[in-house]
Design a protein around this ligand. Structure first.
Ligand code: HEC
Ligand code: HEC
Ligand code: HEC
Ligand code: HEC
Length: 506
């Protein structure tokens, strides 16, 4: 065959034909590429709602019809298989792992039952199951108020909208058991109409007000942490806001640090409970996770909770936010390696290294606190006076608050290792000051020998030591779960069947 250039020289129209065909081909390829791009961005951004529901729809599965990717990933929070060295999603009995906790919380609900936190979809179930909410069968009331539901469910914003926050908090826990049934979900963090992140809990907005700030001014990146700060924070029940109501309040007026919150509680002479052994007026740190995170390097560099715990995912060309909120160590590729180039193994060992070092001193502080409670009890038993004990009890209160501030801030050892270590160190100092005062007092009361460390090698032994019958509580709880809870769910299902949900496409 002759070369193409010779052919074109003989028949010039052939050249023109070739030129035209090439242009058409390029044009067609261009069309195809642009249509693919358009489809992709359509899939990612164009939103065709399948159902229409009200702004306070509490059922995650209803929202899930419109947002299947987010809903499917949210559902994975029911997975309990992942365990890291210290955290993860398994329902671990922390009182078994660390029986010292039973003594530290003697006289308070946490000494009955304390499990490691797991996925968001368990929040309601775990609150029903815990011995801390008691067994309100028949006329019996729960020892806890309705305020305890506040961080568990999108039924909470629904109810607060109906009755106001104070009415929601009012009353004992079992009185709203049939109302709060859907576990943490969409409506807790999103506005249904715009899907923008929103603050659904008044306690956070009120704390901002008292600090002279407006939560409405928060940036988008700040909101990616503030939605979590509705629940993962320190709080207490303030009885002075509305008469007879345990009003959910964040103690942030002086600031976020352990010392600033401690001063806040001291000023108002607030105590969560009186310790059963030492009779110290105690504070229970809830989970100042947001506050501690704010003191860490990631917060300082503008990295939000969502960056690590709700990372972006890409599936079949679609980008979406992974709503499987969990330990990031189960997803280092998306949680960390978008910013860090190190190997997965290295990043995980960075986390463990910080945790190991902090837990070493945290355990030491726990042991010293157990000793201090037991020694204080000995002093009381030997006839110590209130005035002789006052300074010692204050030391116990402050030292244990600092321990709890560090220990209860889930993830704190990684979120802010330096501050966590500092707080534990101040706790060790204060508890030892208290023990020096105690040993002088014991000496004056005629006791010179060492006060023996109790045998609290197991959870059962520790509960026995503080005089608790956990088996009887569990039996009552089982009865409650069998006889009362199914009625709550039935009542809720009946109510929900009347919610307006319109199907737009069959
Ligand atoms: C704990 C808070 C939280 C809960 C609960 C939550 N989301 Fe989100 N959601 C977020 C955050 C944070 C983002 C990222 C938003 C951003 O940066 O603009 C997001 C983004 C989204 C987006 C935007 C698209 C995307 O994937 O990034 C959709 C849609 C969405 N969520 C749907 C849902 C649905 C459906 C549920 C309930 C099954 C739900 N979310 C529950 C916090 C939450
Ligand atoms: C409405 C309250 C609420 C909000 C909002 C909330 N959480 Fe939670 N979170 C909880 C509760 C309660 C648990 C414990 C659930 C259980 O153990 O039953 C929990 C558990 C967790 C866990 C442990 C999961 C596991 O598998 O161990 C992580 C991680 C977490 N939350 C991160 C976040 C992040 C990040 C945000 C913000 C994007 C957030 N949470 C928003 C209440 C909330
Ligand atoms: C959005 C970006 C981003 C993400 C996501 C992120 N980091 Fe970082 N990380 C940073 C920045 C920025 C610093 C500060 C480093 C600097 O400024 O030199 C930092 C610092 C660190 C440090 C050293 C600080 C310290 O505590 O001493 C460690 C360790 C670390 N990151 C581990 C992780 C791990 C593990 C994850 C995933 C769970 C993660 N990071 C996710 C941006 C990120
Ligand atoms: C730079 C990444 C990063 C940021 C930002 C971050 N976390 Fe974490 N978080 C981690 C890592 C890593 C752990 C430790 C996980 C482990 O030990 O398995 C953790 C642990 C936790 C845990 C305990 C998880 C479990 O399995 O029990 C909770 C709850 C939590 N973080 C909530 C938050 C909240 C709320 C914020 C924002 C205020 C936040 N985190 C910000 C990386 C991060």
């Amino acid at each position: 065959m002759k070369p193409i250039s010779t052919l074109i020289k003989q028949k010039p129209w052939l050249g023109w034909l070739l030129f035209l065909v090439t242009i058409l081909l390029v044009f067609a390829l261009g069309l195809l590429a642009s249509s693919i791009m358009e489809r992709r961005s359509e899939a990612a951004y164009a939103f065709t709602p399948q159902v229409q529901y009200t702004n306070l729809e509490p059922r995650n599965e209803v929202w899930g019809k419109n947002f299947p990717m987010e809903y499917q990933s949210y559902r994975k929070t029911s997975d309990t298989l992942f365990r890291s060295k210290y955290n993860g999603s398994a329902p671990i009995d922390m009182l078994k792992v660390d029986p010292r906790l039973v003594v530290l919380w003697a006289g308070y609900g946490f000494s009955k039952d304390y499990k490691q936190g797991r996925g968001h979809s368990y929040a309601v179930k775990d609150l029903r199951n815990t011995l801390r909410t008691g067994a309100p069968v028949g006329e019996k009331k729960s020892p806890m108020p309705n305020t305890c539901w506040a961080c568990k469910s999108p039924d909470v914003p629904r109810l607060m909208n109906e009755m106001g926050a104070a009415e929601f908090y009012r009353g004992t826990w079992e009185t709203k058991g049939h109302e709060v049934v859907n576990s943490i979900g969409c409506s807790d963090c999103h506005d249904a109409e715009t899907m923008e992140l929103r603050i659904s809990r008044p306690a956070l907005a009120e704390a901002y007000d008292r600090m002279g700030k407006n939560i409405e001014d928060a940036s988008h990146q700040e909101m990616r942490s503030l939605v979590c700060a509705q629940c993962h924070v320190e709080y207490y029940f303030n009885e002075k806001v509305v008469e007879g109501v345990p009003y959910l309040t964040f103690p942030w007026d002086n600031g976020f640090s352990a010392e600033e919150m401690e001063a806040y509680y001291d000023e108002m002479e607030f105590a969560d409970w009186t310790h059963k052994l030492s009779r110290a007026p105690m504070l229970k740190a809830q989970h100042p996770g947001y506050e501690l995170y704010m003191t860490g390097v990631h917060a300082a560099r503008g990295v939000s909770c969502a960056d690590c715990h709700l990372p972006f995912m890409s599936e079949g060309g679609q980008k979406y936010t992974d709503h499987h909120v969990q330990s990031p160590l189960n997803n280092v590729a998306n949680s960390c390696q978008v910013c860090h180039r190190e190997e997965t193994k290295q990043l995980i060992s960075d986390v463990y290294e910080r945790q190991d070092r902090i837990i070493e001193n945290r355990d030491k502080l726990e042991e010293l606190l157990v000793r201090c409670h037991v020694e204080a009890k000995m002093a009381w038993d030997l006839g110590a006076e209130e005035t002789q004990m006052a300074a010692i009890l204050q030391d116990i209160r402050h030292a244990q608050w600092r321990w709890d501030y560090a220990a209860a801030s889930h993830g704190g050892s990684f979120h802010s290792p330096v501050e966590t270590s500092r707080v534990i160190a101040t706790g060790i100092h204060i508890v030892q000051e208290g023990r020096i005062k105690l040993s002088r007092l014991l000496f004056a009361l005629g006791h010179t020998a060492e006060v023996p460390y109790p045998d609290i090698a197991t959870k059962a032994k520790a509960q026995d030591f503080i005089g608790m019958d956990a088996a009887a509580m569990q039996a009552a709880k089982n009865e409650f779960l069998k006889t009362v809870v199914p009625g709550w769910d039935e009542k809720a299902a009946e109510r929900e069947s009347a919610y307006p949900v319109k199907t737009l496409f069959e």
